[in-house]
Design a protein around this ligand. Structure first.
Ligand SMILES: CC(C)(COP(=O)(O)OP(=O)(O)OC[C@H]1O[C@@H](n2cnc3c(N)ncnc32)[C@H](O)[C@@H]1OP(=O)(O)O)[C@@H](O)C(=O)NCCC(=O)NCCS
Length: 172
């Protein structure tokens, strides 16, 4: 396998089954208990802001984005991000994050939020959200609550309880 064999593509419905397997492999059954999973249960992800890496016909990595809301603020939740073990540490994860951020910026989104490791996401433009600014549906280590501002000032408005944006639209 050479890096030239790897393609980065917008996610399609046909990728769903493989993405599910990749996430199961990466996160195990514990993924269902995570705060981010709980938020994502509130509605669909944004397929046109979600991307896969492929090697030939095989999906080998995936990143998804989901619309979320907190107070007056709107953002995208990045995740899950997962790379198949045989393809780790060759830059695929970072590339997927960069592509997803660029797509979000192009579509006019001001903020991307995630739950993850700052040493990994920091160099990609994410930093810690001030403690207490957000309330998540399940406990989260506050050091892992990170945001990348695509429009200056977007984080300031994003405060309070984090939910899927559909729940706000529906007034639930
Ligand atoms: C985390 C993950 C997405 C990284 O993808 P990847 O394609 O292997 O990573 P990249 O090749 O882009 O980056 C590799 C670098 O990140 C580092 N790295 C990987 N995971 C890290 C972490 N959790 N914290 C800090 N650094 C990390 C590697 O050590 C490597 O460092 P180097 O460049 O100095 O050698 C992948 O390992 C994975 O799928 N893990 C399981 C699922 C997971 O934890 N997802 C993230 C949820 S927030």
């Amino acid at each position: 396998m050479s890096l030239a064999d790897i393609a980065y593509l917008p996610e399609e419905q046909a990728h769903d089954a493989e993405i599910e397997l990749i996430n199961e492999e990466a996160f195990g059954p514990g993924r269902f208990t995570r705060a981010a999973y709980k938020i994502r249960e509130g509605g669909p992800h944004e397929r046109d802001l979600s991307f896969v890496a492929t090697n030939g016909e095989k999906v080998i990595a995936s990143v998804r984005m989901t619309r979320i809301a907190a107070g007056e603020g709107r953002a995208l939740l990045l995740g899950p991000l997962a790379v198949r073990p045989a393809y780790k540490n060759i830059g695929i994860g970072r590339k997927l994050v960069k592509i997803a951020l660029e797509a979000a910026r192009d579509k006019g989104f001001g903020l991307v939020v995630l739950v993850g490791d700052e040493p990994y996401y920091g160099p990609l433009g994410f930093s810690r959200i001030p403690y207490g600014q957000l309330s998540m549906p399940r406990p989260v280590d506050p050091n892992r609550l990170l945001a990348a501002e695509l429009i200056e000032g977007a984080l300031e408005k994003f405060r309070g309880e984090v939910v899927h944006e559909n729940l706000v639209r529906e007034g639930a």
